[in-house]
Ligand binder design. Structure first.
Ligand code: SF4
Length: 217
């Protein structure tokens, strides 16, 4: 896929999300939140849904949980400019309730599926239970929650895109209980070591590997 068409597809998705009225979550939103970051990256993060700050700004992970995510990214040599960040549903559920199965099915079928097929990341990091359950279900893997599976690496093909999928707790969990900071730091170390296995020793390091140029696979 050429760069121009990739930009066009993501641009179309962004425009569609901000005008979308395909499920009831459109009623209370201030802004749809399509996603943000490098569309040529090999690493994509998928959270659950926008919160209050994200709804106001139209950008994902800009509130307190976003600050936690920034810190975790930096701890393994990444930054949000080097990755792509989105959510399974693009509009804020009222009162930050969980998105319903129907809302998830509608929104992912319209947008997340196309985002994954267009960006074609090598790593999918699922932040939180809903994101993990949804992505693993695309590979026929049924899980009840995230406690038993966080930090595992799944080689799966959601939407026919081969990825290494790593479920993690949502960074918001760190706000309520410090033990989740330890879990998340360990799981980001798993991500870092998996990236290291794929980074060619003759390459110019992480920055060269992470931004996919169109001459490389
Ligand atoms: S959550 Fe998704 S499907 Fe529902 S209105 Fe927002 S963008 Fe559309």
């Amino acid at each position: 896929m050429k760069l121009v068409s990739k930009e066009n597809v993501i641009g179309e998705i962004n425009s569609e999300v901000v005008a979308c009225m395909k499920c009831g979550l459109c009623k209370n939103r201030e802004n749809g939140v399509p996603g943000d970051g490098d569309i040529c990256t090999r690493i994509m993060f998928i959270g659950e849904a926008p919160g209050r700050q994200e709804d106001l700004s139209g950008r994902p992970f800009v509130g307190a949980a976003g600050k936690n995510l920034d810190g975790l990214l930096h701890s393994v040599g990444l930054s949000r400019e080097k990755v792509y960040i989105t959510n399974i549903v693009k509009c804020r559920p009222p009162g930050n309730r969980d998105p319903s199965k129907e809302e998830i099915a509608t929104c992912t079928g319209l947008y997340l599926k196309r985002q994954i097929q267009t960006i074609r990341p090598k790593f999918l990091v699922m932040l939180g239970r809903h994101s993990a359950i949804y992505i693993l279900s695309q590979a026929g893997i049924k899980v009840q929650g995230i406690t038993a599976i966080h930090g595992r690496v799944y080689k799966i093909h959601p939407f026919n895109v081969p990825v290494m999928a790593i479920p993690m707790f949502h960074p918001a969990a760190m706000l309520y209980n410090p033990k989740y900071k330890t879990f998340l730091e360990r799981d980001f170390d798993v991500l870092k070591s998996e990236i290291k296995k794929l980074t060619h020793p003759d390459s110019h390091g992480l920055d060269t590997w992470i931004h996919r140029s169109y001459s490389r696979k």
